[in-house]
Design a protein around this ligand. Structure first.
Ligand code: ATP
Length: 818
């Protein structure tokens, strides 16, 4: 086969689909020949008697022909039909069509098979037609008539017909593997698959057809393999009735059972069968035993599904946006247009830097084979390919010398560039371009993104818009010395989320010890913020309240885990989908769960004042909260090891570093140096657990954020902020001690019965069943623990229930009452 390497592939078209010109020429030529032959033959058959008399008058203008292709058509018809093979001439035209398509790489036909069949019929059909017409007319052609005559004289008429019938019979048997059993099952198959076959005959696009062809081939192979295995593997009979398989045509088994399919979707028809307890015993008269067992699906939600389907039919899917149905997402105009953000290429600067890099490396005996520059918004990346034999480490060592030589801050050497086989030198541009929030938010990439929590950071050094999904990160640690763009970065993240998520889908818990950075967002309290029931401000600035809020978030997380567990869901997305499909009953505590994003602006401050009390709930949330849709963004100015402890770091796989003051700080946040070499003003490194990317953070100014918050705040919101569960740290722990029956809660006994009957020591279950606040439910749980009905606190798991049945419990309660 000829390779299509001469013509360059067009963008977006794979090489294999591009055809070389000679291929197209010959392909089309063959198709044309096929068309000409077909029509000439048809035309010839309609008027052959008249036109045959004109043979030999090709150049005589006075003689007219009635063939559609004139005298040439006559000549072709005469040559192929009359003088040669009669009607079988059409097979020749067909072969041209097949070859044309093969040349054009349209593999509708299997070439060798088609040629084989065609040759058989080119030989057989003229003789057959000769025998039928006895040489009358043109149907057999001269060849057909002559051979027929010859055979007739040698083996007689009966012999001739015997040869014809036997040969066609053999042909069908060999081709279609016919035997009496087979014929029957093929007929059944034909019946069952009529619809499928009609579909298969519908016109398909060329690619689809190719794919089908491959599948068909694969099926054929698998079927053959299956037959071989069936024939060679002795199967121990496990049912009293021996089982037989005659063939494997695809067929539906019965309404009660699912169609049995092999991994490649080939269905088996196993002849007569009986179903006992989900097992199908196949019977027949062959000697292979075969037992098929269909695993019964125990779908406990079947009734629920029916009910939920009815509810969905009646009320439609649950619409979480309904409460704020008229809520409008902020328009792009609220973001400032900072003018032309096109990257202006300064050729002199590029040339100068290139010469300096090449010259300097030469001085250190580092030869360069190739150098390439990519200009980004703030940084130009020079990629060099060193000459063979140069050690990468020797170039890495020259970082300071290169920086000195280029007299530029912020040089970063990446040796080697991951996945590129080059060494990168990032050199800041003299006149960097601004990346505005407006430009990234209005980009198609952001607008069309289907991420759950899309966050657009800015642009990469190759000027591509960089986005990440906060729900996949799943928590982000940000660091940067003061004034390097951290607050702008947080605003960029929050803005991206505000531009994409409806208030019913997302809530923020904002912690701002500096008191000024996030205060702008207080306007969106009733739309997007979450707070403690007794909290005055939604934006938390007081360290003590932060501890309560973090613990309350832990409670929310535990409750969400309970809900997910009861709904048999693995994550928040699945749970919300199920809830929208009305498969979860709100009376059992189920509700639509918005994502919760905790934003801590100055983490160092919190750790300094509250230490472990803050670190532990943050670490707990970071470890467990991802599946229930709680995500953390923690920022700090001081990325020292006593702030970003090992426990915190281990649970924050995504890190964003703005410029930090020392390479030690850079190592703390990124596990590698580099952030100390950044140039500030939003120049950042983003680490997603695999590689470090240099980005220019999008710029969003405070007035822009204010406008967005105002736009949202002026719209109708919920009656209050999203309420987090109650939490009062001291209360709940202090009551665990000796049990005092006189001080037991009024609902103590009811709670005990619920716990014992369900054998689940879960506080949130008590909350739901008894419709209690977390504090009271927690207190009751402590009393239950003190009285010995449930075991001690068991982390994320429910407490152990010490009493196994209600009878024993009643006796126990009786004792307590005495
Ligand atoms: N992405 C950016 N593009 C352009 N300029 C930026 C960008 N980010 C920050 N700057 C500039 O840097 C200044 C300081 O940014 P920012 O307030 O975000 O710093 P910070 O790290 O939060 O400082 P602090 O911790 O003291 O609050 C901004 O006022 C702005 O002029």
């Amino acid at each position: 086969m000829e390779k299509n390497t001469k013509t360059a592939p067009a963008k977006g078209v794979s090489q294999s689909k591009t055809l070389s010109r000679p291929r197209i020429f010959f392909g089309v030529l063959f198709l044309l020949i096929s068309v000409v032959l077909t029509f000439s033959f048809i035309s010839y058959l309609m008027s052959w008697r008249a036109d045959q008399s004109q043979a030999g008058t090709m150049l005589d203008k006075t003689v007219k022909s009635s063939n559609i292709f004139g005298k040439a058509g006559d000549w072709l018809g005469n040559l192929f039909i009359f003088e040669s093979i009669g009607l079988a001439a059409f097979i020749v035209a067909f072969l041209y069509l097949v070859f044309g398509l093969i040349i054009l790489k349209k593999n509708y036909f299997k070439p060798w098979k088609t040629i084989g069949h065609s040759l058989f019929f080119i030989c057989w059909l003229p003789i057959f037609l000769g025998a039928v017409t006895r040489g009358e007319g043109v149907l057999s052609g001269v060849y057909g008539y002559q051979i027929m005559e010859f055979l007739n004289s040698v083996i007689g008429t009966a012999g001739l017909w015997l040869v014809l019938v036997v040969s066609i019979g053999l042909y069908f048997i060999l081709e279609f593997n016919l035997n009496p059993n087979n014929v029957k099952s093929k007929l059944d198959d034909l019946n069952a698959n009529t619809v499928g076959r009609v579909k298969a005959m519908m016109p398909k696009s060329a690619e689809k057809f190719e794919a089908d062809q491959e599948l068909e081939n694969a099926d054929e192979l698998d079927l053959e393999a299956a037959e071989m295995v069936a024939a060679s593997t002795p199967v121990v009979p496990v049912t009293p009735t021996p089982v037989v398989i005659k063939d494997f045509p695809p067929v539906e088994i019965s309404n009660d059972f699912e169609t049995i399919k092999t991994p490649n979707e080939t269905s088996f028809d196993a002849g007569p069968m009986q179903a006992v307890d989900g097992k199908i015993n196949l019977t027949g008269d062959d000697d292979i035993n075969f037992k098929v067992e269909v695993a019964q699906t125990h779908d406990v939600l079947d009734d629920h599904d029916k009910k939920s389907n009815e509810l969905v039919e009646k009320h439609g899917l649950y619409d979480h946006k309904l409460d704020l149905a008229n809520f409008q997402m902020p328009p792009i105009d609220l973001l400032r247009d900072y003018g032309n953000e096109e990257i202006a290429i300064n050729r002199d600067e590029l040339e100068e830097n290139k010469n300096k890099i090449v010259g300097l490396l030469k001085n250190f005996n580092v030869g360069i084979a190739e150098i390439k520059a990519t200009v980004g918004p703030t940084v130009t990346l020079y990629e060099i390919v060193p000459e063979a034999g140069i050690r990468v480490a020797s170039i890495k060592k020259l970082q300071d010398d290169i920086a000195l030589n280029l007299s530029a801050l912020g040089i970063r050497i990446i040796a080697p560039m991951p996945g590129k086989g080059t060494i990168g030198i990032e050199v800041p541009r003299k006149n960097p371009s601004m990346v505005s929030m407006r430009s990234v938010i209005s980009s198609q990439k952001f607008q069309n993104s289907d991420m759950d929590l899309p966050v657009v950071f800015g642009k990469t050094i190759s000027n591509e818009i960089f986005m990440a999904d906060l729900s996949k990160m799943p928590h982000l640690l940000m660091a940067g010395a003061t004034g390097q763009g951290k607050s702008v970065g947080i605003n960029a993240i929050l803005t991206s989320l505000l531009y994409k998520k409806h208030p019913s889908e997302l809530k923020f818990v904002m912690v701002d010890p500096k008191k000024v950075e996030l205060s702008l967002y207080s306007k969106i309290e009733r739309h997007y913020l979450a707070k403690l029931p007794d909290g005055d401000d939604a934006i938390i600035t007081d360290t003590h309240k932060v501890i309560n809020t973090l613990n309350s978030l832990c409670v929310e997380m535990d409750q969400r885990y309970d809900l997910l567990k009861n709904a048999f869901c693995k994550n928040l997305k699945e749970y919300n989908k199920k809830f929208s499909e009305r498969k979860l009953n709100p009376e059992n505590g189920h509700r639509y769960l918005p994502y919760i994003v905790l934003v801590v602006d100055e983490f160092a401050d919190l750790i300094m004042t509250a230490g472990k009390e803050v670190e532990l709930p943050i670490a707990r949330l970071a470890q467990l909260a991802r599946a229930v849709g709680i995500h953390l963004i923690v920022a700090t100015q001081r990325p020292s090891v006593n702030v970003i402890t090992g426990m915190i770091k281990a649970n924050f796989p995504a890190r964003a570093a703005f410029r930090v003051i020392s390479s030690v700080d850079s190592r703390t946040i990124l596990d590698s140096p580099g952030a100390d070499q950044l140039i500030g003003k939003g120049d950042m490194l983003y680490f997603n657990g695999n590689e470090i990317l240099r980005l220019q953070c999008a710029f969003v100014d405070t007035p822009e954020v204010e406008k967005i918050a105002e736009f949202i705040g002026e719209q109708k919101g919920y009656s209050s902020a999203f309420m987090l569960p109650e939490y009062s740290g001291e209360d709940t722990t202090s009551t665990v001690g000796a049990f005092d029956p006189n001080e037991k809660d009024a609902l103590f006994e009811d709670a005990a019965r619920i716990i014992v009957s369900t054998q689940q020591g879960s506080t949130s279950m008590l909350q739901r069943q008894l419709k209690l606040g977390y504090n009271r439910a927690g207190r009751i749980m402590d009393q239950l623990e003190a009285s010995g009905i449930v075991g001690g606190f068991n982390g994320a798991k429910a407490r152990e229930v010490q009493i196994s049945d209600l009878n024993s419990l009643e006796q126990f309660l009786e004792e307590l009452r005495k």
